[in-house]
Design a protein around this ligand. Structure first.
Ligand code: G5P
Length: 224
């Protein structure tokens, strides 16, 4: 039986985590879980916590670790029989340690993208709220301006993509990401990619996943 593959992607707001994750999930058949989308959607499992997090997300503020793990870990338990890719979780050392107690990650991608590029991308980002589909007016515009390609429904901009909220999100990311990156480096699973263009970074990530997923030992062959 093939061993399950567990991966995560990290990077500041607008670094292309969502865009790249969808390509990885499609190319390699992984279940894809975006923490941001999951939080915005609201959770039916824990509606009380779901309501609380909405206020944080709308302001672009980080969800406290205890709430974040209370929501994400049960969701991951539901996916325990699948290979998966996490986008945006874990984001802090406390979250990474909580995840480590349940699952050992096989691969962690860290994206390093210059600030100006992030600012420019997010000011042009539009979302279809019901599905989480993301558009960018220059990179991947919708076929009809302001409308979702599949449903034709109206696209919106998130409050947390506005400049003040964005600066706070970037500052926060820098502070909390370093110990998480150090942890995964020490476990030998971290791979970092830098650049301003997702289409140029993607072939390297594609090759990395291909190599890692095809060299995974099968569970039957594993030694204890
Ligand atoms: P999210 O949703 O995880 P962020 O802030 O980490 O939000 P975000 O903003 O969704 O990340 P991304 O996924 O890294 O960005 O990037 P993306 O959406 O793929 O791309 C950004 C834009 O650039 C898109 O319009 C895309 O089309 C375009 N683009 C991509 N590549 C290129 C390119 O090469 N060129 C150009 N021109 N454009 C491109 O989290 C949201 C909130 O949830 C909470 C927090 O409140 C957070 O603020 N949260 C957590 N809180 C605590 N702990 C956690 N683990 C949390 N997870 C979420």
């Amino acid at each position: 039986m093939a061993k399950l593959f567990r991966a995560a992607i990290m990077g500041p707001p607008g670094s292309g985590k969502g865009t790249i994750s969808k390509r990885i999930a499609q190319s390699f058949g992984l279940q894809y879980l975006s923490s941001g989308h999951f939080l915005r959607e609201g959770t039916t499992v824990d509606p009380e916590a779901g309501l609380l997090v909405k206020t944080y997300v709308q302001k672009g503020m980080p969800i406290p670790d205890h709430l974040m793990t209370r929501l994400m870990l049960p969701k991951l338990q539901q996916l325990r029989d699948h290979s998966w890719l996490l986008d945006g979780f874990p984001r802090t050392l406390a979250q990474a340690q909580a995840l480590n107690n349940l699952y050992q990650l096989d691969l962690v991608i860290s994206l390093n993208i210059p600030y100006e590029t992030l600012r420019e991308r997010l000011s042009n980002r539009w979302i279809h709220p019901a599905s989480g589909r993301v558009y960018n007016m220059s990179f991947n515009p919708p076929r009809v301006q302001g409308k979702d390609d599949i449903t034709g429904e109206l696209l919106i901009q998130h409050d947390d993509d506005k400049p003040e909220a964005l600066m706070a999100r970037l500052r926060h990311y820098k502070e909390v990401a370093k110990p998480v990156i150090d942890l995964y480096k020490s476990q030998g699973v971290l791979h970092s990619f830098s650049g301003t263009d997702t289409d140029k970074i993607w072939p390297y990530i594609n090759t990395l996943f291909s190599t890692k997923m095809h060299t995974q030992p099968s569970e039957d062959c594993q030694t204890q």
